[in-house]
Design a protein around this ligand. Structure first.
Ligand code: ADP
Ligand code: 5GP
Length: 186
């Protein structure tokens, strides 16, 4: 078990997690976003080591075996996981580390990092979620269908998380997040 300041942002794909995190990072130098490993192929413009560590199944499975991941999950046909070493290093250096991860991984992190603060971001509605996923124009029709199906299951467990916030208006959501993140600072 490791201790320190870890904030986990979760919620269905398309709810706005990435947008929220990017803005928070641009405003607060003390925040650090953990870079995940994934077996998903890079989207246009994504950079290895910056957006994700893009690795193959064999490498990912070896990271699981060697206990190098703080949490991991399979999502829409690919593996995603948080490399343990980066998180520990940054916390030791005094950063507030953010994880932007899917719901199963966010649930699982309690086992390896019991004092993580886990925040669930809700969409205003499923219809709005679909419209955000389509508006983002990064996923195939098949991937959007998978993500919406998963979203229904994910929304059903939102109340298990420490905080639940609905992302209606981006700026309002950011203010709510800032209050939570910085008021719990040790
Ligand atoms: P996630 O990282 O959760 O998959 P994104 O951050 O990629 O979601 O957001 C999905 C889409 O929704 C993006 O096009 C983004 O600009 C848009 N979006 C995010 N937050 C809001 C909001 N509060 N209102 C309207 N659109 C939003
Ligand atoms: P995407 O393919 O859209 O980049 O990510 C799909 C989902 O995987 C998103 O909900 C994203 O938050 C989640 N995700 C990204 N990195 C990780 C990770 O390290 N662990 C887990 N469990 N989920 C992740």
């Amino acid at each position: 078990m490791i201790s320190g300041k870890l904030i986990v942002l979760t919620g269905p794909s398309g709810v706005g997690k990435g947008t929220l995190v990017r803005t928070l990072l641009s405003r607060h130098p003390k925040l650090y976003l953990s870079i995940s490993a994934t077996t998903r192929s890079p989207r246009l413009g994504e950079i290895n080591g910056q957006d994700y560590y893009f690795i193959n199944n064999t490498k990912f499975e070896s990271m699981i075996q060697q206990n190098q991941l703080l949490e991991w999950a399979q999502y829409a046909g690919n593996y995603y996981g948080t490399p343990r070493i980066n998180v520990q290093e940054k916390i030791n250096k005094g950063f507030i580390v953010l994880l932007e991860i899917e719901v199963a991984g966010a649930e699982a992190i309690k086992k390896t990092f019991s004092n993580a603060l886990r925040i669930f971001i809700l969409p205003p509605s499923l219809k709005e979620l679909e419209s955000r996923l389509r508006g983002r124009a990064t996923d195939s029709e098949q991937s959007i269908t998978k993500r919406l199906k998963l979203a229904k299951e994910e929304l059903a467990v939102s109340q298990k998380f420490d905080k639940v916030i609905t992302n209606h208006n981006l700026e309002k959501t950011l203010r709510q997040l800032e209050l939570i993140i910085f008021s719990t600072q040790s």
